[in-house]
Design a protein. Structure first.
Length: 90
C-alpha cells in the first residue's frame, strides 16, 4: 500500500478527515488533535526530531491543527518507522 493511501485511511479512521478534530479524552485518557489525532508530547517529539534532521527550520512553527503540517509530520513518522504510533487504525 502506498504511503498516500495509508495516510488517507489513517485520517479517515482517526478523524473522519477533520483537520480541526479534538478528542477531549482518547482511550488512553489524553486529549488528541487533528487529522491524525496527535497527543501534544508526541507531536512535539516528532517535530523536534525533524528539526534535528534539518527538515524544519528552527523558527518555523508547526501547527498541530494545520492539515498541511499534520501531513508533513505524519509522512516523516511513516518514513521513519513510527506507524505503530497509530496502532488500532493501521
Amino acid at each position: 500500500m502506498s504511503q498516500n493511501v495509508e495516510l488517507e485511511a489513517l485520517a479517515d479512521c482517526e478523524s473522519n478527515f477533520n483537520e480541526k478534530a479534538v478528542n477531549a479524552q482518547d482511550s488512553d485518557g489524553f486529549r488528541k488533535y487533528g487529522l491524525f489525532q496527535y497527543h501534544v508530547p508526541t507531536w512535539e517529539w516528532f517535530v523536534s526530531m525533524m528539526r534535528k534532521e534539518g527538515l524544519i527550520e528552527e523558527d518555523r512553527v508547526m501547527n498541530i491543527l494545520s492539515g498541511a503540517d499534520q501531513i508533513t509530520v505524519t509522512r516523516w513518522a511513516f518514513a521513519n518507522g513510527y506507524e505503530s504510533h497509530w496502532g488500532i487504525c493501521l
